[in-house]
Design a protein around this ligand. Sequence first.
Ligand code: KMH
Ligand code: ZN
Length: 289
Amino acid sequence: MAPPLSTPTAGGTGTLITVAPTGAEHAKADLPQLPTTLDELVDTARRCEAAGAALIHLHIRDDDHAPTLDPGRLREAVDAVRSETDLVVQLSTGGSVHDPLEARLTVLAAEPDSCSLTCGTTNFGDDVFLNPWRFMSDLYVQAQEREVVPEFELFDLGHVHALRRLLDTHGLPFGGRVHVDFVTGVPGGMPATTAALMAGVSMLPAEVTSWSATGIGRGHLPIMAAALSAGGHLRVGMEDNVMLARGRVVGHNEDLVCRAAELATLMQRPPLTTEEARGLLGVKERRGR
Ligand code: KMH
Ligand code: ZN
């Protein structure tokens, strides 16, 4: 029987802090502090781990700092972050809204510990973030076969229901744990409000063992506070939010992780260590190979 998810103790007392440092939407030209090169990514990973992050959600860029799903670069990034930190390494399978589905399905060949798996198509500002059932289903099965732990990204309440369908169709993911992340505040998805987040949490399948949340842009802090008070975990990072406060641009992803760690600690739910996060998520040991 899964623990009740609306209590402050769900998922243990500590807080899993995920950092999503880069994303696919911001331009390096506008934000030179956005980590886009391999060296910058590894340095960011190290500093964010020291600040309290236990999981890193990676998007990578090419030599022109544009989003890419190049298999060699993905592998290089996974290997480098894995050898320099103990962070759980998660690759984005969402990529950018311009990436074809076929290319997004090849990401797991880089052998990450975890991968994102968005549970449905959503409007994404003026664009469409495409996640048809067949794609989700193929990705889910591929993750099971490759022993990669999916993190289910829920942008809307309908995505919660689609997760139910995935579990009913394919059984539990590799590792037997089910971790989801509410991505709120995307124009086209659920709003970054406590009410919307709690509606999603109340609908989660009983198989879900932990959940986290992020608010895009302005909703960042309210969603962080709501998630902490309701027993959820946190995702922060420049992929989701580039403002530290009104008029203050984030100087480094580490600043967002530090703030999340401080708030979590104040709430008596200090950051999980990377080892605790590995247990929470049920990831396969791939270090030191
Ligand atoms: N860049 C967005 C279109 C994911 O990483 O899986 C999709 C995204 C979700 O960031
Ligand atoms: Zn992402």
